[in-house]
Design a protein around this ligand. Sequence first.
Ligand code: PMV
Length: 330
Amino acid sequence: MKRLFKATAVSPANIAFIKYWGKKDPLLNIPFNNSISMNLSNCLTTTTVEFNSNLSDDLISVDEKEISDSKKDRVTGLLDLVRKRSGIDLKAKVVSRNNFPQRAGIASSASGFSALALSASNALGLNLTKKELSILARRGSGSACRSMIDGYCEWKTGDGDNSSYAAQMAKPDYWHLADVVAITNKEEKKIGSTEGHELAATSPYFRRRLTRLPQKIKRIKEAFFAKDFLAFGKLLEEEAVDLHLMAMSSTPPVFYWNQGTMEIIHAVQKWRKNGLPVYFTIDAGPNVHLICLRKDAEKVAKEAKKLESVSFTIINEPCQGTHLKDKHLF
Ligand code: PMV
């Protein structure tokens, strides 16, 4: 019987509480600093990979669209790593579907490359450990290494390919936080995180950020493990502003925010004054992640939807990391 080199994986995006910004090694996606994140139960990518001797080239489609050029090269680059490791040199058909808008400040590259790493390696019979999978996903997109892990995790920079990976910090149910993503703009953002990472070190504040981060990470972990939401939220916002300060003060400057972003930031401050505990964080895009306790998530979403610039919201909880699925997409 012909062996079927096919597998499907599903993976969540993740939101970083402490952000990865700037690469020590751009080829290997090794960051300057450690980062901490939670993965997102309702921002999922499903990917099916089939390696097949009938194919003369890799065929890759994302959300029903065939991809080419540099986007395709990134996917092929990860497939090549898996082919090399397994010694099986077959081309692949890859079909990937997101249940949320791509490239809009929700890390679709994180969920995409982690789903690809697990499905491709599994299809070629590699039985990798979580650590190996996290390393492999990182080669596709840095933050993808964090999506591999269940619940909350920390990605330690490490000093080379084999020591830069994410590991669990706490299980999904350790603390019932929620991330209500407020979508302000479904348009694709103009500048991706790759360009932002390249420019990071041109900010005059970048070195200062790196010096202060170890202490900030220590404090946010203390607040997290003590479940001190107020202390945690304050540090979370401080960190989000810090990342965008780096971006806005780079040469050339990068502005990810739009008017909607500012409207939501002001609303968050008002909600807090009115007794609703919620804090914001923002990745490389205009959408705002409203971090609150799970019990307040519906209320936060309801308030957010009242704002003119919010088109819709997605409520997420921490969840299982990248995992295999029996049902294939083709
Ligand atoms: O993994 P990348 O290259 O998409 O970079 C992610 C950058 C941020 O989302 C802004 C921060 C982070 O740590 O997720």
